[in-house]
Each structure stands twice: as structure tokens, then as C-alpha cells.
Write a protein that binds this ligand. Structure first.
Ligand SMILES: [Zn+2]
Length: 274
């Protein structure tokens, strides 16, 4: 990934999308107008920040990425594997009007100039682009979404709705928590073992825990690897998968992190538009 700057806004882009005809950016906390714990580029409404500041942050990001602010379409993430195809009538959802849906952790569209916006602060952002069929998608893959394989669910829906071919889809894994920062307990580990099979799960569940080395009930979870394995399971060629090297918890000056800040923080966002 590359850290870029435009009009004071810092954001990250993928090498995999560099020469593609698609607009993309993953936000940092730098370049916005929010203050205090939201300092400064917060995209989360209803987190205690003023709506006015959040809207101004969207306007600035839209300008930096050359996207249309009023046509942005936001997700409503609740750790489900629900992925929704959005169309022209969804332009402005969450910006011009309240969201007409609930429990939507992934968005797909083939409509030009309809930016898809998804939210993060440690969970893993997935970004997909089919340059042949001109289809984009964005999804939220925390541990629950990863156990539910939302990456694969998104790809299946792209195939079903737009006849996308897995050999054409580019899959990006954007900044989230890394394997040295994400400790989970055995109940979460068990969910991964049932979803991926014991042997595969062992590749992503690392021991000893870096935080509680003596505790056999604790693991370090490699969610980046898990998300990559989900894409491979969906038959995406490995050269079409890019994994971030930016951890949200390792860099609290650059990102909001739930594990560092708890609920008193802003939200990062992933933006993609045709
Ligand atoms: Zn980390």
C-alpha cells in the first residue's frame, strides 16, 4: 500500500489498483476537522462527534479522491455476512437521507459514480474490483465476518448478480489489526476451527499469546491471513490478492483503533467508486 496526500488528507491506496480505472482510498485520521478523541478525520456519525464536522470530513475526502460526496452510499455494519447490491436509487444513502437498510456489512455495485463507503477501527476492510465487468465491492470482515467468510459471500454475489469471473476479480485487504496485536480467546479460536477446519485454522491461530504467554486459552489471530485464505478458497488467483502492511493498532497516530481507544474514537473508512 502507498500513503498518499492530497489537500492535507492522508490516505492509502493499493498497488493492485494503481493502473486500474477505479477510484480508491482508505482513510487515516489525518486531514479532517474533528477534535478531541475524534481528531481529526472521523467518518462515523452517531459516535458523539458533531454531524457538521463529520460531513465536512466527507467533503474533504471526496475532494481528495475526486468522488461525489452527495452520491456516497454507506453500509450499516453489524458483523453480519449480509452483502447488498446497490443501484442508482441508493446514491446518497447515509449522506442525504437516513439509511433505508440495516445489517449490511458489504456493498456491491456496477453503477458509475456511486462511491461505496464502509467503516473500520481494527476490523479488516475488503475491497474488490472486477475491471472486466466493471463491478466494485467493499466489505467489513471482523472475526465474525471472517468466520462467515464474507469475502467469499461477496464474490459469490458478484458472480450471481453480474456474471463476474473469479479469474478477473482483484481483491484487496486494507488496514486492520495485525497478528501481533490481536489476541483472542479459545471460544473465538473454536469458531475458526469449525469454519476453516482444524489444520487450516492452525495457520492463523498463533501461540503462545504475546500478551499472556502462559495462558493456553489465548491465541494471536492472523485475520489478514484468514481473509486471504477466504479469497483463495473462493478461487481468486493469488496474484490478484494484495494484503496491507499497515496495522491500525500499531499506528495510533495514523489510525483509530478499537483495541487502543475503546469506543471513544472516530471511524476510519474505505472509499471505492467507478
Ligand atoms: Zn499491530
Amino acid at each position: 500500500m502507498n500513503l498518499e496526500e492530497n489537500n492535507g488528507i492522508k490516505y492509502l491506496t493499493f498497488d493492485l489498483l494503481k493502473n486500474e480505472d477505479v477510484k480508491y482510498g482508505f482513510s487515516t485520521r489525518i486531514g479532517g476537522v474533528s477534535t478531541g478523541v475524534y481528531d481529526s478525520l472521523n467518518f462515523g456519525f452517531n459516535r458523539g462527534d458533531s454531524d457538521e464536522n463529520v460531513k465536512e470530513n466527507y467533503r474533504r475526502m471526496a475532494k481528495a479522491l475526486n468522488m461525489n460526496y452527495e452520491r456516497m452510499c454507506l453500509s450499516k455494519q453489524t458483523h453480519t455476512t449480509n452483502v447488498r447490491v446497490v443501484t442508482e436509487k441508493d446514491a446518497g444513502n447515509g449522506i442525504l437521507r437516513p439509511l433505508p437498510y440495516d445489517d449490511v456489512d458489504g456493498l456491491i455495485t456496477n453503477v458509475p459514480d456511486l462511491p461505496l463507503v464502509t467503516f473500520f477501527a481494527d476490523c479488516i476492510p475488503l475491497v474488490l474490483f472486477d475491471p472486466k465487468k466493471r463491478v466494485i465491492a467493499a466489505a467489513h470482515s471482523g472475526w465474525r465476518g471472517t468466520v462467515g467468510k464474507i469475502g467469499k459471500v461477496t464474490i459469490e454475489k458478484m458472480k450471481e448478480s453480474f456474471s463476474c469471473d473469479t479469474k478477473d476479480i482483484l481483491c484487496c485487504i486494507a488496514p486492520g489489526i495485525c497478528k501481533d496485536c490481536y489476541e483472542v480467546s479459545s471460544d473465538v479460536a473454536e469458531e475458526f476451527k469449525s469454519a476453516f477446519g482444524k489444520d487450516v485454522a492452525e495457520e492463523m491461530l498463533l501461540r503462545p499469546s504475546l500478551f499472556h504467554p502462559g495462558d493456553k486459552e489465548k491465541y494471536m489471530l492472523d485475520l489478514w491471513k484468514a481473509c486471504k485464505l477466504v479469497f483463495l478458497e473462493a478461487k481468486i488467483p493469488k496474484e490478484h490478492i494484495e494484503v496491507t502492511d499497515y496495522c491500525t493498532r500499531c499506528h495510533p497516530k495514523l489510525f483509530y483503533s478499537h483495541r487502543v481507544m475503546g469506543v471513544n474514537r472516530g471511524n476510519l473508512a474505505s472509499f471505492i467508486s467507478l
